[in-house]
Design a protein around this ligand. Structure first.
Ligand SMILES: CC(C)(COP(=O)(O)OP(=O)(O)OC[C@H]1O[C@@H](n2cnc3c(N)ncnc32)[C@H](O)[C@@H]1OP(=O)(O)O)[C@@H](O)C(=O)NCCC(=O)NCCS
Length: 135
C-alpha cells in the first residue's frame, strides 16, 4: 500500500490509540513517502482491521506502529502482522512499559528486551526497546 492509504491509517490509528499518541494523515503521508517505509493492512472481509508500519534500512527493520481495531482483537491479527515483517534480519521497536497486551504479543513473536528509553513518550512514560533477530 502507498501514500493514498494515509487517511485510512490515520482513522484506524485514532480508534486504536484513542486518548493516546494518535498520528494524523499528514504524518502517515510523510512517513510513507520516506525511503524503506512499508505498510501492511489486515482485512476482515472488506473491513480494515489493522496494520503494521515499518521502516527497513539495510538489514534492520523498525516497527513504527502496530494497530488492531478494538472490534477485531484476540484473533491473531496482531501476531500475523508482526510475523509479516520478521524473517529478514533484525527487527526492533519501542513499546510503552505499561502496554501489557503489546508486550505479551511481542514476547510471543520472539522479541527480547534490549534497553529502556526513559521519558520516551509525551506523557513522560518510559519505552521498552525490544529486538528480534531471526533471519
Ligand atoms: C497489541 C495489539 C496490536 C494486539 O493485537 P491482537 O490482534 O489483539 O493480538 P493477537 O490476537 O495476535 O494476540 C497475540 C498474543 O498477544 C497477547 N495479547 C494480545 N492482546 C492481549 C491482551 N489484551 N492481554 C494480554 N495479552 C494479550 C497474547 O499472548 C496473544 O496470544 P493469545 O490470544 O493466544 O493469548 C492490539 O491490542 C492493539 O492494537 N493495541 C493498541 C495499540 C498498541 O498497543 N499497539 C502496539 C504499540 S507498539
Amino acid at each position: 500500500m502507498g501514500i493514498e492509504c494515509a487517511p485510512l491509517l490515520a482513522a484506524l490509528h485514532e480508534v486504536t490509540f484513542c486518548g493516546g499518541e494518535v498520528w494524523d494523515a499528514t504524518s502517515f503521508a510523510a512517513l510513507l513517502s520516506g525511503h524503506g517505509t512499508e505498510v501492511t493492512l489486515a482485512l476482515m472481509g472488506k473491513d480494515p482491521a489493522g496494520f503494521i508500519l515499518s521502516r527497513t534500512v539495510l538489514d534492520e527493520t523498525e516497527i513504527l506502529t502496530l494497530a488492531v481495531h478494538p472490534d477485531f482483537r484476540r484473533r491473531g491479527i496482531g501476531k500475523s502482522l508482526v510475523r509479516s515483517v520478521q524473517g529478514k534480519g533484525k527487527v526492533f521497536l519501542e513499546v510503552a512499559v505499561c502496554n501489557t497486551p503489546a508486550l505479551a504479543l511481542y514476547v510471543q513473536c520472539g522479541f527480547v528486551k534490549a534497553g529502556l528509553r526513559r521519558g520516551y513518550y509525551r506523557d513522560g512514560s518510559d519505552a521498552q526497546v525490544l529486538v528480534s533477530n531471526d533471519a
